[in-house]
Design a protein around this ligand. Sequence first.
Ligand code: NDP
Ligand code: HSE
Length: 396
Amino acid sequence: MVKIALLGHGVVGTGVVKVIKNKADQLFELTGEQIEVKSVLVRHDYDVDYKEKFIYSFDEILNDEEISIVVEAIGGTEPAYRYVKSALLAGKSVVTSNKELVAKHGFELMNIADEKNINFMFEAAVGGAIPVIHGVRNCLKANKVHSIAGILNGTTNYILTKMIDEKQSFDVALKAAQELGYAEADPSADVDGIDTCRKICILADIIYGNHILPENVYTEGIRNVRIEDVDILKLVGGAIKLLGVAKRTEDNKLFIMTAPHVVFNQGILYAANDVFNAAQLETDNAGLMAFYGRGAGSLPTASAVVNDIVECVCADGTIYPAWEDEKPENVADYKDVPMQFYVNVSDKADKVENAFETAEIIYIKESTAFITEKITENRLNEKLKDFTVNSIVRVL
Ligand code: NDP
Ligand code: HSE
């Protein structure tokens, strides 16, 4: 029998209880063990038929020698960080869905797990149900990953889909995302790109081997996405998606950012709508590949958490070694890295043609919209000095 403690009884926590109960036989077959949720740390009671499991003090879990795995589904960094760190130091493996915690303290927590020969697992922290962390860790050992670009936030993809396809207002779409259990406790973390940033940092930590703190990463959310631009881009098979992007630059620095990007209709990033997430990787041997699935929601997220629990139960010691500590000097200045941009200006097309000889003009009416050749953001801003700019969106 393996006894686990669950911290938090919200969208993810209740999903974990359900999946462990509903899949008891399957989990037994996989692990040879009955997996039991022994305790659930809560702040108040909930109306469920397992109230006897509720406890109100984390110390009870810490001091309970029967509990070998702690599942953290509280969110935020306090008290989650304190609880997770002390559980690991007490020799209990930890599974979490908390990207804020992993993005900030992953390096330290993985090292503690390593020292204790136990596991700190966090598949659900990136991409909800999608096994993207397992994919990049386990399945690309014969590859160098040149780049990764992902729709990593279900709430914002859901909001954009509803605003574009069903003409819902931002507020209505956000409220629905909250009711469906997709949004963060403070939904500005979704809307302002902070959640995506945490997730692309975690993926880059794994792929490129150094801890990258979200505060060192340029981050922009969806508040400034204009439906006019979405409609113009549709004319040329484009869409706007909030992406986390990471890649190596020619001088071996890491380019990493979170921002709305134009994607075109030949790829998975274009096709991923609603709460779905997708991550697209460019690799040397495998070429282009992608991961796709539900990025948020109770049972999809619990599915990833419970998979991690199974791995902890079956593990003989630490499975995944920690990445290295932060090296901020390795992160490139995003304004110096050339890329293409979609630009919408109020100026006439001939002025655009004069200033941007090689740009592709895609729309001429009340405004002029065009896509530049690869250019740095610094240079773009110089060239646009005399224009009335309505919007600029990076092109993947
Ligand atoms: P919820 O807000 O639904 O649940 C959090 C739970 O933690 C609530 O039940 C809350 O209790 C409880 N809690 C908060 N503080 C404490 C505390 N000090 N002691 C005990 N319980 C506490 O959040 P989610 O379940 O949605 O998210 C949990 C984590 O998983 C977050 O890090 C989130 O980012 C991440 N995540 C969420 C996904 C989703 O689809 N929702 C998907 C992937 C990851 P109370 O009822 O009193 O507020
Ligand atoms: N708020 C997050 C999202 C939850 O919408 O993607 C999953 O991490």
